[in-house]
Design a binder for this molecule. Sequence first.
Ligand SMILES: [Fe+2]
Length: 263
Amino acid sequence: MFIAQLSDPHVDTAQPHKAGALRRAVAFLLSLPRTPDAVLITGDCTEHGHPQEYEEFQAALAPLTMPVYVVPGNHDRRDELLARFAPPGQSLDGFLQYVVEDWPLRLIGLDTHWPGQGAGQLCPARLAWLDRVLAQAPSRPTLLFMHHPPTATGLRVLDEIGLQGRAELCEVVQRHPQVVRVLAGHVHMPLTASFAHTTVMTCPGTDATFQPDWAQTEQLVIQYQPPLALLHRWDERSGLLSFTAALDAAPWVTLHDGQRWAG
Ligand SMILES: [Fe+2]
């Protein structure tokens, strides 16, 4: 199974380059010789949660022929997303939090949206639902995806809009060794950290990657670097392997033809 992850497109009618960047990300995924089986979008689909922004967001995704699974970010409107992206499987009422059973890897989308807040939240109801759903299939390898990563960043400004309920989520995941990865967005940078028995990874934004100035962790000073996607490949033998891909369709070059190295 081959899964692409895009994050934080922040589609904004006043900033048309944001939707343009998402359209380029979509074109990149479709240009891959092996196209993804599914696409995850880990939140902040729009900048202000306006219906017109969601129209643009959906129009940018329209060329994708594979299932697209979305979770809300702090910039989103849960009701708008719920109306446009019905949960594709068993879900928690009132949230865009659901399980997808269609693949060898079980996918669980978590809703960390906290209305009016930049920070995210996993309340007892969302955590209890997750614990219950994980207990239903203890032997199926499972991927969790969400907007707010359950990790610190070391950058004060981002940590102030981090996830509430992180320790509680860690306790839930600890009880379910089948969780093979936790994927998130929100921070617009590629971050990898330990979490319970597994690993959390974040995907940068579709329009840019933030490179923080580590000499100034009390502020948020960044370089804008080219946007990235994460490509996650699963099979029984290798498990889940996660690759970072620049959203840039460069020519394909055969370095080894299966018999020998190119000269
Ligand atoms: Fe965010």
